[in-house]
Design a protein around this ligand. Structure first.
Ligand code: PLP
Length: 455
């Protein structure tokens, strides 16, 4: 690492998210300096296929979408900032709210804007609390989330996240959060238990949890249709069919976290369509703006909205909002991204390329150390295990997933290690040939990697 290089200056000054700082000081960052389509280039001129779309987010890739740049610059010239507090509005914010309500199964619902997925989920929690206060049910406040779910990192969202490392060093989760079982059949089913029976058991366990806590203390249940950062876990087909009636019976709101699944990723516009979920609230971020600019949204159903409206005189205005809620330039970017998804039929494209994408992912099961391959749409997870037969994992300290991620980069491929699961989630615009190229690079990575595991 040369003195005064970007790497050296970065090590000296920047504190990175989710980064092992000791390792960072030793190896330094890969400095990404430009991009085009599914490729990014580092500052030494090496090209990589970005097989995770950054953080499952750059749905239209890393450059080359001129109309995105035009929409953003046009809005910058017209009105670079205004807010939405206390009876103010601006056109991009209004247009985007209207557009999202048309896309969502929340007729006459409303949309609240935030800057990130974490904030969108925080807003959903506050809305659920405010709603139950308005209904005179101050005890009905707990939120149930799944083990291994990822809902973000703010204090409330990190509490929902069902991953130990997001809790341990921060005295989380907060007191009003409960976690239910993770719907991962490969890991948590009993010997010989079918997916269907596993889903039934999880639904029963969820109901037991609700009864134990008292349904009158539980406001909402939140789930990602496909669990992303917790290990790319696709729930059994009937899982949501089985848990939704239970939630309804106990008057518990369903919050669908569409931060990854939203806008085409699973082969439908939203993940809740793929799993036949009828949400009361929907949180969205990432692909909402194709990640050109930060913006997120929390949408609520009409019945929730009506309770908030009819009680706002009594309990006061909804005292929540960010300076940049619905930032006009970010809203303009989102509107253009949504226009592109529609005019280019991005959902149809995902359905088409998902077939070879998933078939090639599943073929990896023949390799040694590949325990499970799971996926849907343009999402795939390849779980590496020490012993395929017993499903025994590698020692966590060995950092096998991270080793794979590092090896992949040597072969011009950026993947994401979620523990020992390798995640693939390429930009939605990926072509059939690019999928071939991606798996070619992945194959070379395995060729070099398997001997390291045998050593
Ligand atoms: N929800 C899901 C499903 C996510 O995957 C993420 C981020 O990866 C978040 C919420 C948090 O979003 P952000 O990082 O924008 O706060």
């Amino acid at each position: 690492i040369h003195a005064n290089s970007t790497q050296a200056r970065d090590i000296a000054h920047a504190l990175h998210p989710y980064t092992n700082l000791k390792l960072h000081e030793r190896i330094g960052p890969t400095v990404i300096s430009s991009g085009r389509g599914i490729y990014v280039r580092d500052d030494e001129g090496r090209d990589y296929i970005e097989a995770v779309a950054g953080l499952w987010s750059a749905s239209l890739g890393f450059g080359g979408e001129e109309s995105m740049v035009e929409a953003i610059t046009a809005q910058l010239r017209k009105l670079p900032f205004y807010h939405l507090f206390a009876h103010k509005a601006h056109e991009p914010g209004t247009d985007l709210a209207e557009k999202l309500i048309k896309m969502l199964p929340l007729p006459n619902g409303r949309v609240f804007f935030n800057n990130s997925g974490s904030e969108a989920n925080d807003t959903a929690i506050k809305l659920a609390w405010y709603y139950n206060n308005a209904l005179g049910r101050p005890r009905k406040k707990k939120i149930i989330a799944q083990m291994k779910a990822y809902h973000g990192v703010t204090i409330a969202a990190a509490s929902l996240t069902g991953l130990t490392r997001n809790h341990l060093d921060f005295d989380l989760p907060m007191a009003s959060v409960r976690h239910c079982d993770c719907p991962h059949h490969y890991r948590f089913a009993k010997e010989g238990e079918s997916e269907e029976a596993f889903a039934t058991r999880l639904a029963e366990q969820l109901e037991n949890l609700i009864l134990r806590e008292g349904a009158d203390t539980i406001a909402a249940f939140i789930a990602e249709p496909v669990l992303g950062a917790g290990g790319l876990i696709v729930p059994p087909k009937t899982y949501f069919d089985k848990i939704q009636p239970i939630l309804k019976r106990h008057d518990i709101l369903f919050i669908a976290d569409e931060v990854i699944c939203g806008f085409g990723r699973t082969g439908n516009m939203f993940g809740f369509e793929t799993f036949n979920i009828q949400p009361d609230m929907v949180t969205m971020a990432k692909a909402l703006s194709a990640s050109y600019l930060p913006i997120s949204a929390t949408a609520i159903s009409e019945p929730i909205y009506e309770v908030l409206r009819d009680n706002s005189a009594r309990i006061g205005s909804f005292a929540h909002g960010y300076t940049y809620s619905g930032h006009p330039v970010c809203a303009a970017a989102a509107l253009e991204a949504l226009r592109i998804y529609e005019t280019r039929n991005i959902v149809g494209h995902v359905q088409k390329v998902a077939k070879p994408f998933l078939a090639k992912a599943r073929a990896l099961l023949d390799l040694p150390f590949v325990g499970e391959v799971r996926g849907i749409g343009l999402l795939a997870g390849v779980e590496l295990v020490r012993d395929k037969k017993s499903k025994a994992s590698f020692e966590p300290a060995r950092g096998v997933g991270m080793m794979f991620q590092t090896e992949a980069q040597k072969h011009g491929l950026i993947v994401r290690a979620l523990g020992d699961t390798i995640a693939l989630s390429p930009p939605l615009i990926i072509t059939g040939e690019e999928i071939d190229d991606m798996y070619l690079r992945l194959g070379r990575t395995f060729d070099a990697f398997i001997p390291q595991l045998n050593a």
